[in-house]
Write a protein that binds this ligand. Structure first.
Ligand code: SF4
Ligand code: SF4
Length: 269
């Protein structure tokens, strides 16, 4: 990356690029961006590695001149398609920021409603809402360079990834499942405490955020490498949980959409 990056720091004596970064939101709760602003303890360190030039939650200045664009949310409207294409054109690196951007997130649940008009009426009554298209992840519309998973994203992980980008280091997502971190954190397995959990098949990296707080994993980071769905079904069954319970979790964030569709088909038989 060249301009508009600057090189005000060094690492092991080597000048460090200081990329300009911009944050944007499409259809979302903006919770992923909030994670960055909320990270008071390390925010200043983080900001010393990048120059933030566009961040509606935190500043009023704006520019179309940036190296890295973090885009939160899924695409659910025609004007968002246009906006995303413009961001893609401006950015050297486009990051799908959070599970809505990576998989459609909780927004993609609306693609699964049998009667979306009924749901819309129950939720919004007579209020007009302008979100009529299906919810899609960013890479259904434009090429994406990097995905940061999670609902919301884990701020420590975001900082690590951004620093690696600034250092020109390769980004590797964990291939292991949440269970590995859960064990390392010495938690009691929630199945032994009578609660369902998608930890065995979900990509780690959140430091077993939910199970460490006695809440079963809902799979917000999508599948771990070689996720064994059949074995997950067996574990659920063995502990007395129905296929509907498993399906609810698989459908929730969109990362397991194909597995959810396959399970739904077998349930109909
Ligand atoms: S609580 Fe969940 S993540 Fe933790 S060991 Fe049990 S199944 Fe795995
Ligand atoms: S435990 Fe599961 S649902 Fe919770 S943050 Fe981690 S991946 Fe997401």
């Amino acid at each position: 990356m060249d301009t508009p990056s600057t090189t005000s720091r060094t690492f092991l004596g080597v000048p460090l690029m200081k990329p300009t970064v911009a944050f944007f939101e499409l259809s979302s709760c903006e919770g992923c961006q909030l994670q960055i602003v909320n990270n008071e303890a390390t925010l200043l360190d983080f900001l010393s590695f990048v120059t933030v030039v566009n961040f509606r939650e935190a500043m009023t200045e704006k520019t179309d001149n940036y190296d890295i664009a973090f885009v939160e949310g899924s695409v659910t409207r025609a004007d968002e398609v246009v906006r995303l294409k413009t961001i893609r054109k401006n950015a050297k690196i486009l990051v799908a920021f959070g599970s809505c951007a990576c998989f459609g997130g909780v927004n993609q649940l609306k693609n699964r409603f049998k009667d979306p008009a009924w749901v819309k009426k129950q939720v919004y009554g007579s209020h007009a809402i302008d979100s009529n298209d299906t919810a899609q992840p960013l890479d259904a519309i434009v090429p994406v360079d990097l995905k940061i998973f999670g609902c919301p994203v884990k701020k420590e992980e975001v900082e690590k990834i951004v620093m690696n980008v600034a250092l020109g280091k390769a980004i590797e997502h964990p291939k292991f499942p949440v269970c590995m971190e859960c064990k390392a954190n010495e938690n009691n397995c929630l199945f032994d405490l009578g609660e369902p959990c998608l930890g065995p098949i979900t990509r780690g990296g959140c430091d077993s955020w939910c199970p460490s707080n006695r809440f079963g994993c809902w799979g917000c980071r999508g599948p771990a490498e070689d996720a064994n769905i059949v074995q997950m079904q067996e574990i659920m069954k063995k502990h007395g949980f129905s296929e509907e319970t498993m399906l609810d979790r698989l459908e929730c964030f969109g990362g397991f959409a194909r597995d959810a569709d396959a399970l739904r088909k077998t349930m109909k038989k």
